[in-house]
Write a protein that binds this ligand. Structure first.
Ligand code: NOJ
Ligand code: MG
Length: 588
């Protein structure tokens, strides 16, 4: 082979290798420039509870636009919005009757354009919730599917009844956790049952119909053309169902005696079917193609699943096909309580990192609109320590609106209950299932309705706690507040070590968690978090960083901490009061 050919051949191999194995080794991962989403903090806005601009008691798009300066102020550069599409609002907008329009309660498509434009001016990226698994039963596709009008006949999951002793029975034992019932609903007009993983008003879409698959892709393109920077994908697990509609095996769990509860069956025929992972790859490809055709700025795709490692890692794709940018890491949500010790936190972090496929980006989530607020779950006194944790771990951080001020759950009575998950469970069990407490309006200030709305009645009651916990009381520069801790953390995340550095986790005693981030030729960052209710002493000379380091700088200090931000401390014994927490550095 002559020299030129040889060169072309080698370059060819290198290019192919790079194209199919985007990032192979951790050294390359470290060296590579990060795409914007890989170190982002995604701030989840729950639109109905964020800011009401027209006094009807419901938050809306113009309200979000008015409040963008708050995002700017705290340093957030990407926001994801829970659904704002046209919807009968049976399940908080996750029951969509038009995927390409805005619900009048939230505003109009023009309002949306204005929001995106204003966000762009402030350098804030807008990410939308994509709800592929189901639509509303009021969607025209469903109405046409009932009537067997093509191509909609097979847009949903329909099945014939099973006739047992002459009576009509659902096709199998699949249950719907959210309806607290069997997951099949009889439709007399069509003469068949339809499948609904969630409420009766949310029929599952059928991903075995190529035309439906195409329609859903068109929806992604529609919103990208409107300027969105990516998608949070709702309920990815139940996307596909077993084609043979086989019965699921029973768990026989003595703690789960009710046949219609989620935990009654092993969901081997309704969750995480192999086809699901391929669909995520297809969407990722579509997003990449769109970026390549337009501005070359990557679009994010993050998928909602409560699976843990190792299964959850399949959503990242494999070595030849990239799937989601990341599946949400809900391990801090599902596996921790206010009683958990530092060892348990460390184990969850290490497990995620050990299972993470080479070159993929980790992420850390403390809360969302489906889970009791992190303060109410893990203790409001841990607000700063927990924000320090998610902000100093590698990769992506996710904040549910209000976490920056330590907002806790509100109380919602049975009479005021809105969540179908609670309504369908009935008054006796509603408190066990309700998601309304974490959805009460954001607490902005001490005026009427905490500054959320001028209405006499808001869609969910404003929590009484707004008088103590609100944005206004926490944002001014000199106050020692959760919000200011949060702001400092967001700025600190820009340091190269926190963006690219290695991670080591340690524990001291039972309650102190230490997170160390190191990068050659750069300062190290060390989070020292007392997650327990007792005073603890940590010998900083024993932590595994460069032995030459004699002093450390306090970069961030929890509210009320003994050592203040900016001060220097000796690398010796450090006493930590209950829940006292710091981010220290060698950047003196
Ligand atoms: C997950 C969403 O976060 C939740 O709020 C919703 O009820 C279900 N998916 C169904 O869309
Ligand atoms: Mg489905």
């Amino acid at each position: 082979m002559n020299k030129i050919l040889q060169f072309v051949f080698i370059i060819g191999i290198v290019v192919t290798f790079v194209a199919t194995n985007p990032i192979e080794t951790s050294e390359e991962w470290l060296a590579a420039d990060k795409e914007w989403w890989q170190t982002a903090v995604f701030y989840q806005i729950y639109p109905r509870s964020f800011q009401d601009s027209d006094g009807d008691g419901n938050g809306d798009l113009n309200g979000i636009r008015e409040r963008l300066p708050h995002l700017k102020d705290i340093g957030v550069t990407s926001a994801w919005l829970s659904p704002i599409y046209k919807s009968p609002q049976v399940d908080g907008g996750y029951d969509i009757s038009d995927f390409k329009d805005i619900d009048p309660m939230f505003g109009t498509l023009e309002d949306f354009d204005k929001l995106v434009a204003e966000a762009k001016k402030l350098d804030i990226k807008i990410v939308l919730d994509f709800v592929p698994n189901h639509s509303s039963d009021k969607h025209e596709w469903f109405e046409k599917s009932i009537k067997r009008i093509e191509p909609y006949t097979s847009f949903y999951v329909w099945a014939d009844a099973k006739i047992v002793n002459g009576t009509r029975q659902p096709p199998n034992n699949w249950n719907s956790g959210m309806s607290h019932s069997n997951a099949w609903q009889w439709n007399s007009e069509r003469g068949q049952y339809y499948y609904h993983q969630f409420t009766v008003q949310q029929p599952d879409l059928n991903y075995r119909s190529p035309k439906l698959v195409q329609e859903m892709k068109d929806i992604l393109v529609f919103w990208m053309k409107k300027g969105v920077s990516g998608f949070r994908v709702d309920a990815i697990g139940p996307l596909f169902e077993d084609e043979q509609f086989r019965d699921e095996p029973l768990t026989n769990d003595p703690n789960c005696p009710i046949e219609t509860d989620d935990c009654y069956n092993y969901h081997i025929y309704t969750q995480n079917l192999p086809e699901t992972f391929d669909m995520v790859v297809q969407w990722r490809d579509l997003l990449k193609e769109y970026a390549a055709k337009t501005d070359n700025v990557s679009r994010v795709i993050m998928v909602e699943t409560y699976e843990g490692p190792p299964l959850v890692m399949k959503f990242y794709g494999n070595s030849t096909h990239e799937g989601a940018c990341f599946p949400f890491n809900f391990q801090f949500i599902v596996n921790l309580t206010s009683e958990s010790n530092a060892q348990e936190y460390k184990a969850l972090i290490d497990k995620w990192m050990d299972n993470l496929p080479e070159g993929r980006i980790p992420n850390w989530v403390l809360g969302n609109h489906d889970q009791h607020r992190v303060g109410s779950r893990l203790g409001p006194e841990r607000t700063d320590a927990l924000n320090m944790l998610t902000m100093t771990l590698p990769g992506v951080g996710v904040t549910y609106n209000g976490e920056e001020i330590g907002q806790e759950d509100g109380f919602v009575s049975w009479k005021d209950t809105q969540d179908p998950n609670a309504i369908n469970a009935g008054e006796d069990r509603y408190l066990q299932f309700t998601r309304d407490p974490e959805r009460t309006p954001l607490q902005w200030d001490t005026t009427k309705n905490a500054g959320f709305s001028t209405a006499n009645k808001t869609w969910l009651p404003v929590s009484e706690k707004y008088k103590q916990t609100n944005v206004k009381a926490q944002v001014s520069e000199n106050v020692d507040s959760h919000c200011n801790v949060y702001k400092t953390l967001i700025q600190l995340r820009k340091k190269t070590t926190l963006q690219k550095g290695d991670l080591t986790t340690e524990i001291v005693g039972k309650n102190v968690l230490i997170v160390i981030r190191e990068l050659k030729d750069n300062p190290s960052y060390i989070s020292v978090l007392n997650l327990g209710g007792k005073t603890e002493t940590v010998d900083l000379s024993k932590i595994e960083i460069d032995s030459d380091v004699k002093n450390l700088k306090v970069e961030v200090a929890s509210v009320g901490a003994k050592n203040k931000k900016g001060s220097k401390i000796l690398r010796g014994k450090l006493e930590l009061s209950p829940n006292e927490a710091y981010v220290l550095s060698t950047d003196l």
